[in-house]
Design a protein around this ligand. Structure first.
Ligand SMILES: Nc1ncnc2c1ncn2[C@@H]1O[C@H](COP(=O)(O)OP(=O)(O)O)[C@@H](O)[C@H]1O
Ligand SMILES: [Mg+2]
Length: 354
């Protein structure tokens, strides 16, 4: 009997097979007994010659057979009872596990609710903090600009460097606050788009012109190729912001002395059904490993350990691509990235044409 097996093993099948065998053996013995009995009572013709009938032996055989039947019957009962115990045991285990499952589901639901609540609190906190910081910062940055221009008197040589540093950091803080506000607007569904007819070529050209001086500080070239493309119904400032982020990333993470390409065209219809305007930004920097391609669109993504040593523009918080994706999706568009580390990295933004 396999009652030593753990309840999880298929002991029931073993036992059932054993019981079936025992039943067959019992039936065979009963048949045999019936045969012997009918032979003894003469209800059937006696198959052996008359002279060989020995009543005493016959009775002894019957007694032996009866004993065998009893033994087998007991074994059968024993097997049946073990089977019953096992079934009960299994039932208990199933009931216990079902209960545990229900409890962990409940726990999961509670943790999920708690996470949602914390997430909501985080959003509110970010939104309130960003709003509260914006006004004093705007005033500080304004005054710092005026001071730097010498409106409040000439800044002595000794003051020049600290002044520059304070100004740079105040600007950086203001940018971070603006990004935090964008994140809370996107996440809270409060971002309002001021849509007008726009041409992606104009937006691309404006960004290139704006960021060319920054690229030159790293000895980079920006090559633009602006082809005809469908007009889009978009918030020009927001799309400008998206392209700006992609080009400034290409400057920041691209190789010094490298080339950045900004291309605008109509997305190929064999690949994208419908009419799409497309802008692609490509650089020849170290690129992004395949396993990080999704992570870079997450907030505060910091997959690049060398990030803090990269040059080109002010330090960034890792919110740019998260905001870019949010803005593109608000325009029913698509943002993609492909990268061959060490060779090139290309970000593409597709926006539906009018
Ligand atoms: N052109 C690029 N080449 C290599 N890595 C990039 C590029 N653009 C973005 N990344 C990676 O994606 C991360 C997220 O980008 P982003 O959201 O714009 O944040 P950041 O504020 O760091 O620029 C960056 O920290 C960088 O590691
Ligand atoms: Mg960025």
């Amino acid at each position: 009997m396999s009652s030593h097996k753990t309840p999880d093993e298929p002991v029931t099948a073993d036992l059932e097979r054993e019981v079936r065998e025992l039943r067959a053996a019992l039936k065979a013995s009963q048949d045999e007994l019936r045969e012997v009995r009918s032979t003894a009572t003469g209800s059937k013709p006696i198959p052996m010659p008359k002279e060989s009938i020995d009543t005493a032996r016959m009775e002894q055989t019957i007694a032996e057979r009866s004993r065998e039947v009893r033994v087998k019957q007991e074994a059968l009962e024993q097997a049946n009872s073990e089977l019953r115990d096992l079934t009960e045991n299994l039932d208990k285990i199933v009931r216990r596990r079902t209960q545990a499952l229900v409890e962990s589901e409940e726990q999961l639901r509670r943790s999920n609710d708690e996470l949602k609540r914390l997430n909501q609190m985080k959003r509110e906190f970010v939104s309130i903090a960003a709003h509260e910081l914006r006004t004093p910062l705007t005033s500080m940055v304004g005054y710092l600009e005026l001071m730097a221009e010498g409106r409040f008197g000439v800044i002595g040589e000794k003051m020049q460097r600290p002044m520059m540093s304070v100004r740079r950091n105040a600007q950086r803080l203001r940018r971070l606050v603006e990004e935090m506000l964008d994140v809370s607007r996107i996440e809270g569904d409060h971002m309002v788009l001021k849509r007008t007819r726009c041409d992606l070529r104009e937006l691309g050209a404006a960004v290139v012109q704006e960021l060319l001086p920054l690229a030159e500080t790293k000895g980079q070239r920006i090559v633009s190729d602006l082809q005809g493309c469908p007009e889009i119904d978009a918030d020009a400032d927001k799309i400008h912001q998206v392209i700006c982020n992609l080009v400034s990333n290409a400057i920041r993470y691209g190789a010094s002395g490298g080339t950045i390409e900004v291309r605008v065209d109509r997305a190929p219809s064999e690949k994208y059904s419908g009419s799409w305007s497309r802008v692609r930004v490509c650089d020849d920097g170290p690129g992004i490993e395949t396993e990080n391609l999704d992570a870079i669109f997450e907030p505060f993504s910091d997959i690049n350990p060398a990030k803090h040593h990269t040059s080109g523009g002010p330090a960034a918080a890792g919110l740019g691509l998260y905001i870019a994706r949010g803005l593109v999706e608000l325009h029913e568009g698509i943002i993609t990235v492909k990268s061959e580390p060490g060779v090139h990295t290309e970000f593409a933004v597709l926006l539906p044409g009018i």
